[in-house]
Design a protein around this ligand. Structure first.
Ligand SMILES: Nc1nc2c(c(=O)[nH]1)N[C@H]1C(S)=C(S)[C@@H](COP(=O)(O)O)O[C@H]1N2
Ligand SMILES: [Mo]
Length: 338
């Protein structure tokens, strides 16, 4: 069953990110008695000046009706960077989503018919409650907030993305993980009919895509489940209908199009670690002091770049989120546990 409807990917960025929109929203936020300082605290993620913005949309809301209703209640969240967001047209056309191809524009080109509604998520493993749930029932329990986070890819490019979603910890706690739950494992949909690269004998990585976090990492307030960007539903190429966002780790930890979340005793084997454990570790914390075997991680190209400027910026330890996450690794040698 395929229902044609306008997708976020169909909307021109000029309709979404106009200064007027920001300005109007700021007026509303100020009228609500929330100053820029209240919205921006604590200051993490690089820039310490500038006003924290609320990126909403004037374009028609996309996604299923239940999500559109929910998006109307979107509020600015804590922990947003004050750096300005990368324009929507870059966020939604420069992607890594190997299931739809390995070129940067392949995901946007090849995912437009990807069916993401209805969608079910299974919660399994070491917890009091487990089961399979409609995405709507999961999302409706949470308040949707906007988090403007830096996203640093291991390939040394970066963006700033206004995500829409809710803290991962709020979801996990509902299932009452038991004392054996030491890790959380995430799995992407496996459906070679819809995701052509999954059926290829020459696939770059094993499918389904798997990621994982230690339980204390997963419970950190920055770990986020996103169902949208720029005040609207998640474009398919960005991991619709629900994806993880772990802003202090390299982008590959932020697994897309999640169908299963499992509490485990043992550290899960994750996709990029399986593919090449010398180059990609389980922790994958952003770290300018530990180079990738084939390139430096000391700086990054901040999108948008141009042929005239690669727009290099310095890479920050834990991608600028050290005040909120460095304690998780205080007894670890980050050169060995990369
Ligand atoms: N299932 C799945 N999740 C994935 C990937 C992927 O190929 N498949 N790529 C990862 C990588 S390497 C990055 S940098 C981010 C990119 O997210 P974006 O396209 O929304 O910027 O998604 C991550 N999540
Ligand atoms: Mo990445």
């Amino acid at each position: 069953m395929l229902i044609k409807r306008a997708r976020a990917g169909d909307i021109r960025s000029s309709e979404i990110t106009s200064e007027t929109v920001f300005h109007e929203r700021r007026q509303i936020i100020k009228a609500m008695g929330l100053g820029a300082v209240a919205l921006g605290t604590p200051v993490v993620g690089g820039a310490t000046s500038g006003e924290r913005q609320f990126y909403t949309t004037q374009a028609p809301l996309s996604g299923p009706a239940w999500l559109q209703n929910k998006l109307k209640t979107l509020t600015p969240g804590q922990y947003s960077t004050r750096e300005s967001a990368t324009p929507f047209e870059y966020v939604s056309t420069y992607n890594n989503f190997y299931e739809f191809g390995t070129g940067k524009t392949d995901p946007a080109d090849n995912s437009q018919n990807f069916v993401t509604d209805p969608w079910k998520v299974e919660v399994a493993g070491e917890a009091e409650l487990t089961g399979t749930y409609n995405l709507e029932d999961i999302v409706n329990l949470h308040t949707l907030e906007e988090r403007v986070y830096r996203l640093r890819c291991v390939e040394a490019w970066s963006m700033v993305v206004p995500w829409v979603g809710f803290p991962l910890a709020n979801l996990l706690k509902r299932f009452k993980p038991n004392s054996n739950a030491k890790y959380v494992r995430f799995e992407t949909l496996h459906d070679p009919e819809q995701m052509p690269a999954q059926g290829s004998r020459f696939a770059a990585i094993d499918y389904p895509y798997i990621e994982g976090l230690r339980i204390d990492e997963a419970m950190n307030e920055l770990a986020f489940l996103a169902v949208g960007v720029y005040g609207n539903a998640m474009p398919n190429q960005n991991g619709a209908p629900i994806r993880l966002v772990v802003p202090w780790k390299y982008g590959f930890k932020s697994i897309k199009s999640i169908v299963k979340i499992e509490f485990t005793k043992r550290r899960p084997k994750t996709t990029w670690e399986i593919s090449n454990s010398r180059e990609y570790g389980f922790y994958a914390n952003v770290n300018p002091d530990v180079d990738h075997p084939r390139w430096s991680q000391a700086r990054e190209r901040r999108l948008p770049t141009s042929i005239f400027s690669q727009n290099y910026v310095e890479t920050l330890k834990f991608n600028g989120y050290a005040p909120l996450v460095a304690h998780l690794y205080k007894d670890m040698d980050l050169r060995k546990q990369y």
